[in-house]
Design a protein around this ligand. Structure first.
Ligand code: FES
Length: 59
């Protein structure tokens, strides 16, 4: 999966930005990712993708 892949179209947030925020700040929930990166705070349609990234990183 490319780090450049746009995950949140509303806020223009890439997979890499989300991964880095999760790792650097120990984020556990979609809500925390939204606070840290703005991803998922628009239409909400990308929240399932954000959850998948959380699951990949946090297991
Ligand atoms: S695509 Fe992420 S909030 Fe709309």
């Amino acid at each position: 999966m490319s780090r450049e892949e746009q995950i949140c179209n509303c806020m223009g947030v890439s997979r890499g930005e989300i991964e880095d925020a999760i790792k650097a700040q120990g984020l556990k929930t979609v809500e925390e990712v939204g606070e840290a990166t703005s991803a998922g705070t628009g239409c909400g349609g990308c929240q399932s993708l954000i959850q998948e990234i959380l699951d990949e990183i946090n297991g």
